[in-house]
Write a protein that binds this ligand. Sequence first.
Ligand code: ADP
Length: 486
Amino acid sequence: MGDKILVIDEGTTSARAMLFAADGECLGSHSAELTQHYPAPGLVEHDAAEIWRRSLECAQAMVAQAGGPDRIAAIGITNQRETIVFWDKTTGEPLAPAIVWQDRRSAPLCRSLREAGEEPGVQARTGLLLDPYFSGTKIAWAMEYWPQLKEAGERLAIGTVESWLVWKLTGGLHITDATNASRTLLMGLGSGAWSDGLLDMFHAPREALPEIVDCAGQFGTTKLFGGEIPICGLAGDQQSATIGQACLARGQTKATYGTGAFVLTNAGATPPNSKNRLLSTVLWQLNGRRTYALEGSVFVAGSLIQWLRDSIRLIETAQETEALARSVADNGGVYMVPALSGLGAPWWEPDARAAMSGLSFSATRAHIVRAALEAMAHQSHDLKTAFAADGADWASLRIDGGMVTNDWIAQDLADMLALPVDRPDFAETTALGAAMLAGVGCGMFSGLEEAAAMRGAGRTFEPQLGEDARLARLQGWKQAVEGVLR
Ligand code: ADP
């Protein structure tokens, strides 16, 4: 058996494969962009065949780099969550476009179910809210509007992206892991099984759905790389990053600041019950036992910086924001509420729109950029407040994602949250989590605790800001948010 782990990290904008040694060293990486299809405003689709082709091509590059399939002990897969794929069980080909997590086409259905009073029951059973984000409402839409799905009858297969990739890799194994299943609105959070009532509500045919399995184990083998390689780890991207950050004990929390920001707190063995519009989700399932997480998502994080660069042209690169923020003593009274696509947790206000406030003649480009960066810590503070109100306050925060290569943002998070903030030197925590799971699944590690050594060293940012200054900023932010919620 080989001693390396191959990870397929199938994201929203690109597919990637990475090769890891057992000590966590990253030995190689290959990525390929994915075409985004926007057939109409609010609609986002992927071509599932392209997802497969790109993932395969990246994996092939890493198998070659490893020196052949015999060098690889196991494959781990992590994926963009909630995106849903429809395919034909006999041909193994897609029957329709994949509906991507950002797609809003099922908003009217969500609204009518909410108006019918269904949300509290759905939240109690699934830990989720009635939002187009989750796969169930996308399935309901597709079953109604894409006749080829009904016509396919028993040939229809439905699955999230890891399910689709496992099917293609193994030539017909139809499984999904419990973390991905927990994002569909179809799985009972406590039972870990598809729920008949929810399948009815979202018109999801049970025969078309995969079997729900653990996140680590022996999930079939692939022969596509010249020899046999077992698939041993599966998890949705945010869960995988939480594992990659070694948040293995109850209360440990990670935040990923990429295009959006996603915070997950390990909630232990009992499904949390949020009173503050946070999500409850499966963090991992091992040996049939589930560990849960409380989750808060912020829709706009790094995309705010992209918008300042590409649409407003206030900056030329994301990297220059750090020097600009440092060039002024404070925000000069300027606040930015980046509700460019509504506000996510804990507000869930899809119709809120962004605002900039507190401008005067003394405001400069640097103040505006600083206000944009400060919005990350402000939004994180709102989440921390919601987590605390749900009994899951944070004692420290482990951060990752493209934005936190910016030291100023990392320090500002520590200052505004009044918490130590840890940033690992190896930032690819999503892929690392899948590698850890695959290592457990193939027996390389006895459990996640042993696998956690793969995470390696990091840097801690300690809070330095005085309490008065911190409270003054939070007060300014509160007023700015009230302005957009009005
Ligand atoms: P994703 O995985 O969602 O594609 P990444 O984790 O790669 O995102 O992070 C990329 C995002 O981080 C981009 O939106 C970019 O604007 C932002 N970003 C990258 N570097 C910096 C920086 N130095 N300062 C602020 N934002 C940054």
